[in-house]
Design a binder for this molecule. Structure first.
Ligand SMILES: [Zn+2]
Length: 143
């Protein structure tokens, strides 16, 4: 930061210094509580803890949250897929969801990033795979 030892305008006592730590969260897209990467420095008051986001920090935070969001989506997708594919084959799941053959394998190995929409579908199906799969099959069969 260019301005060193900036005084905090919130409490008027502390100094605003870049701080990187665990346990900070932000709302991002579908996730109300996404952890901000522990190594991302955010100008923070050393007295009251108020965070002061300048333009550079805001950009870095947005990039970091976007990466964390994509990682979280893939992890959730893989977890749901694991549960669902103990009930039906990966190929059949791809077919029911209109995914191309091999998509799920690519997703599992990190070669694809699932959309929030797809992860939502997988989440709902994984709650009760047998029932949801039956419903989907019936839905697609219906004229
Ligand atoms: Zn302060």
């Amino acid at each position: 930061m260019s301005k060193k030892n900036r005084r905090c305008h919130e409490c008027g006592i502390g100094k605003v210094v870049p701080q990187a730590r665990k346990g900070r969260f932000a709302r991002y897209k579908t996730m109300p509580k996404l952890e901000i990467p522990a190594d991302l420095p955010i100008p923070t008051c050393d007295n009251c803890g108020a965070e002061w986001l300048d333009e550079k920090t805001t950009q870095a935070l947005d990039t970091a949250l976007d990466n964390a969001f994509r990682t979280a989506l893939r992890e959730r997708a893989v977890k749901a897929i694991k549960k669902i594919t103990s009930h039906i084959s990966q190929r059949k799941l791809e077919s029911l969801l209109g995914l191309s053959h091999g998509y799920i394998s690519k997703l599992r190995t990190g070669g694809k990033n699932p959309s929030a929409e797809l992860v939502s579908q997988l989440a709902l199906i994984s709650r009760d795979p047998d029932q949801r799969i039956l419903e989907l099959e019936k839905f697609w069969e219906t004229l």
